[in-house]
Ligand binder design. Structure first.
Ligand SMILES: Nc1ncnc2c1ncn2[C@@H]1O[C@H](COP(=O)(O)OP(=O)(O)OP(=O)(O)O)[C@@H](O)[C@H]1O
Ligand SMILES: [Mg+2]
Length: 268
């Protein structure tokens, strides 16, 4: 993959959110799988209101970091602070409830339900509050309304009554994003949102990621470096479980360690 920098368009500003606030901090985060160290003492600081990209060759540990931040897996060492609170030992549902949500690298939607029903289920997802098996009709209507609002935000309005399984691959990814947005997360984690997409879908989803990141904080894992360059305020480069560079695209793309990691045969 070519990491040399091309002139970029205007970067997204951090908007009205105070960009100096650390929304998430990981210190010395480590994950060992039976003797294999997949994530090795990384420090990561994500500023509120930014789009922060995590890049690196295959097997660098990017998805493992996501799994650690959402507590899908337990860290072997290190700490995770979210809004200043130590959440290292908290359960996945507690993490989700605090406002960290991810979309999956592999599509995770219900193909036999309609597009609207998929979003509605996401809106109803219990987050450790009350399970509500019975809801008054008005509340259900309100859910449909909110589902339709979300579908409008991601331009899927015309597809609301279609079965999710009938959507194109690109639109399935967009629906998946809508179901993640249903949680209205403060920190949105996107693992390779452009994976497997054609050029047109990449442009469409890039614009969408930018749009839905407005007013929140996004951590993005993405192999498409021109997308990373266009969208990200800050980039952290991982290789073999370690942070090898951090900063703007222009900065990291010129670091010898980064160029070597990408040219060293680990790349896809
Ligand atoms: N459950 C597991 N058990 C053992 N090893 C694992 C496990 N999960 C990940 N690994 C290993 O940890 C390393 C990092 O994997 P990870 O999936 O985090 O990489 P990645 O940066 O997301 O790669 P890609 O770009 O290919 O998605 C890899 O060598 C992988 O084989
Ligand atoms: Mg991965």
């Amino acid at each position: 993959m070519n990491v040399s920098s091309t002139p970029s368009g205007g970067k997204r500003s951090a908007g009205s959110i105070a960009a100096d606030v650390n929304l998430l901090e990981a210190h010395a985060l480590t994950k060992e799988f039976r003797g294999f160290i997949a994530v090795s003492g990384i420090d990561l600081t994500i500023k509120a209101g930014t789009i922060h990209a995590l890049i690196g060759p295959n097997g660098a540990g990017k998805t493992t970091v996501f799994n650690l931040l959402t507590k899908f897996i337990e860290p072997s060492g290190g700490t995770i602070l979210f809004k200043g609170e130590d959440v290292t030992r908290q359960k996945p549902y507690a993490i989700a409830r605090k406002g960290i949500a991810r979309s999956f690298q592999i599509s995770a939607i219900f193909p036999h339900l309609s597009v609207r029903e998929n979003v509605r289920i996401a809106l109803q997802r219990p987050l450790g509050t009350h399970f509500q098996f019975w809801r008054p009709k008005t509340s259900l209507a309100r859910l449909d309304e909110r589902a339709d609002e979300l579908l409008e935000r991601v331009n899927l309005t015309g597809m609301a009554d279609r079965l999710a399984g009938e959507l194109s691959y690109g639109r399935k990814r967009i629906l998946e994003l809508a179901t993640t947005l249903a949680l209205d997360p403060a920190l949105l984690l996107l693992d390779e949102p452009m994976a497997g997409l054609g050029r047109e879908d990449v442009d469409r989803i890039s614009a969408l990621v930018k749009q839905v990141s407005h007013g929140r904080t996004t951590l993005l894992v993405e192999h498409n470096l021109s997308v990373v360059e266009k969208l990200s305020d800050t980039i952290t480069v991982l290789a073999r479980g370690k942070v090898i560079a951090e900063g703007t695209y222009r900065h990291v793309a010129t670091q010898p360690a980064v160029i070597e990691a990408y040219l060293g045969g680990d790349d896809d």
